[in-house]
Design a protein around this ligand. Structure first.
Ligand code: MN
Length: 193
């Protein structure tokens, strides 16, 4: 089994003006495609690992019977492959409201607004490339944090719920160095909470 880049579930210009079409096109057709291709290359000589889902590979990353170079490639490119799949779902304009999640967010963080503030802060203050995450931890509790590069909450034993890409390729064409502006506008694209 090789991993395929799924078509974006909406048009490249569907999130204008908050996320511009050019950024979306490059992000999906170049960056996400490259993670997908390199993920498959990393698994090329490992037919046993090709049978596993990408999520399972990341969950079991530390215990996979592979050399360190392959482990790092799975971490980076398998992570990139999965993280972007989650990201497109996070900003899918057609995704229906998740009322149960909304109540849980309000319960855990006080309100949707205070959740957004805490999440935005994690995204804005993350140093360098990486992602801000809302996850469910090993005790089933909602948690916000950021992780570097393409590291995955699955590897920490957490279930990802939504994410925000703060690699410069996610916003630089339109927002340049103004990451906080990007984050503020980005919330307009999240319709399911
Ligand atoms: Mn990205």
């Amino acid at each position: 089994m090789t991993h395929q880049l799924a078509p974006l579930p909406f048009a490249y210009d569907a999130l204008e003006p908050f996320l511009d079409a050019k950024t979306m096109e490059i992000h999906h057709s170049k960056h996400h495609q490259a993670y997908t291709d390199k993920f498959n290359t990393a698994l090329e000589n490992h037919p046993d690992l090709q049978e596993m889902s990408a999520e399972d590979l990341l969950k079991k990353l530390k215990n996979l019977d592979v050399d360190e170079k392959t482990r790092t490639a799975i971490r980076n490119h398998g992570g990139g492959y999965i993280n972007h799949n989650i990201y497109w779902k996070t900003i899918d304009p057609a995704r229906p409201k998740d009322e149960a999640l909304l109540s849980e967010i309000a319960e855990t963080f006080g309100s949707l607004e205070s959740f957004k503030e805490e999440f935005s802060n994690a995204a804005a203050t993350h140093f360098g490339s990486g992602w801000a995450w809302l996850v469910r931890d090993e005790n089933g509790k909602l948690k916000i944090y950021s992780l570097p590069n393409q590291d995955s909450p699955y590897t920490l034993g957490h279930e990802p719920i939504l994410n925000l890409d703060v690699w410069e390729h996610a916003y630089y064409l339109k927002y340049q160095n103004r990451r906080p502006d990007f984050i503020k506008e980005w919330w307009n694209t999240v319709k399911f909470i």
